[in-house]
Design a binder for this molecule. Structure first.
Ligand code: SAM
Length: 216
């Protein structure tokens, strides 16, 4: 989102990750697995540290990269993460097993829209991180926001979708439809009567939502 020079300046200042995480970043790059962008994840982790998050629900594990980053950044925190793709879930299990955090990460295999009952047993969550099928963000938010603690936050990635939400003309019909869904979600989220949200132009665009509370 930033000017390319500034973007690489900031990325260049971010410290190297541990060897397992570096291996996962390499794997993701080589196999086109979408993991959260570096500046986006660093921003999210800092917000979680400030919050002192103890329990997180993640929708969209992929190979377990963000789950492991959260476990590393938040000592003692429990992470419940959902992945519907069998192959990715298997890879995530392998990486998590090799980490020092396997006791703190619970991977639920299945479609997030079909495993609500299993997830409810782990609630409440201090933070919910939505990073799965972009066309279904509203459904994920509606389904899982009821399991958020009263002072919790919901973090949604990819809300600016490579800047395409601000593009007036998009050739591909498939991408145009997806962009429309994200734009509709953003508008819905910003006007939500129960949540106050901000969109940060970092990484692929990260929305941070909190309950409105008294000021509603
Ligand atoms: N959070 C991961 C990270 O940063 O390391 C990246 C997640 S990737 C962007 C999105 C993942 O969500 C994909 O692996 C996809 O299979 C999964 N996914 C998409 N829709 C889903 C759904 N309805 N339920 C569960 N997983 C879903």
């Amino acid at each position: 989102m930033l000017d390319a020079k500034l973007h690489s300046y900031i990325e260049g200042l971010i410290l190297e990750r541990n060897p397992l995480l570096t291996e996962m970043e390499f794997y993701a790059r080589e196999h086109n697995v979408p993991i959260m962008e570096l500046e986006g994840i660093e921003t999210m982790l800092q917000l979680l540290r400030i919050q002192g998050t103890k329990k997180i629900l993640e929708v969209g594990t992929a190979i377990g990269y963000s789950a492991l980053r959260m476990a590393e950044a938040l000592p003692g925190a429990q992470i419940v993460t959902i992945e519907r793709d069998d192959e990715r879930a298997q890879l995530a299990v392998g990486f998590i097993e090799r980490s020092a955090y396997k006791e703190r990460i619970t991977l639920i295999k299945g479609d997030a829209l079909e495993v609500e009952e299993q997830i409810s047993g782990h609630a409440p969550f201090d933070a919910i991180f939505i990073d799965a099928a972009k066309g279904q963000y509203k459904k994920f938010f509606e389904m899982y926001s009821s399991y958020l603690s009263s002072d919790g936050m919901i973090i949604t990635d990819n809300v600016l979708f490579k800047g395409l939400v601000a593009e007036p003309e998009i050739e591909s019909k498939r991408i145009r439809n997806l962009v429309k869904k994200i734009d509709d979600f953003n508008k819905w989220l910003m006007k939500h009567p129960d949540y106050i949200s901000v969109i940060l132009p970092v990484g692929d665009g990260v929305a941070i939502s909190k309950r409105r509370g008294e000021s509603k």
